[in-house]
Design a binder for this molecule. Structure first.
Ligand SMILES: CC(C)(COP(=O)(O)OP(=O)(O)OC[C@H]1O[C@@H](n2cnc3c(N)ncnc32)[C@H](O)[C@@H]1OP(=O)(O)O)[C@@H](O)C(=O)NCCC(=O)NCCS
Length: 157
């Protein structure tokens, strides 16, 4: 395990929902949101470890609010847990106001990313520095997610 530790940095991605991203009710495709979450999560992971990273697993995502054509979506992602070669990233999606400061929670989830070299082989990463109460709380959540994902992955081999 690498000894180097560092703080997490939150990555933000903002996007306007276009007609091509919606179904016939005018609400956004779930798959489009998942793609945005995956991409923003990967960027948070890569920025943290300074390596390429691939998505190893995604936890379930519950869509809490209908997100519609013309909405502005903000995706926020940050590394909350690290292990030897992998990172758990918390990813949340909000609808933000066009003409006001209101922000509504749309959905959120967790994904595990693994740092890889140019041959796709896993690489060791710096470890996350957790100091605040909130960071420690998120670390515990991430630890459970990592454990669940590892168990699932080994039972499906
Ligand atoms: C993810 C991947 C690199 C892991 O490779 P591997 O040879 O199985 O890796 P290892 O067994 O050496 O494990 C390396 C790390 O990955 C973690 N890992 C592997 N599969 C995992 C999974 N499904 N979920 C969570 N973590 C996983 C291991 O727990 C280990 O973490 P740790 O060292 O931090 O404890 C490989 O399975 C892969 O390339 N998968 C495809 C990724 C992909 O194409 N994603 C979609 C597009 S980006």
């Amino acid at each position: 395990m690498r000894k180097e530790t560092k703080k997490t940095v939150e990555v933000l991605h903002t996007e306007l929902v276009f007609p091509g991203d919606t179904n016939h009710y005018g609400t956004i495709f779930g798959g489009k949101i998942l793609a945005m979450m995956d991409m923003t999560g990967a960027l948070a992971a890569m920025q943290f470890c300074n390596e390429e990273a691939v998505t190893a697993s995604f936890e379930s995502v519950d869509f809490k609010k209908p997100l519609k054509e013309g909405d502005i979506l903000e995706v926020r992602a940050k590394v909350i847990f690290t292990s030897n070669k992998s990172m758990v990233v918390k990813i949340d999606v909000y609808r933000i106001g066009k003409f006001h400061s209101r922000k509504d929670y749309g959905c959120g989830g967790y994904a595990t990313f693994v740092a890889v070299d140019s041959n796709g082989e896993p690489r060791t990463i710096p470890q996350l520095k957790v100091t605040t109460k909130e960071e420690k709380r998120l670390w515990e959540i991430g630890k459970q997610i990592k454990q669940k994902a590892t168990e699932r992955a080994s039972s499906s081999k």
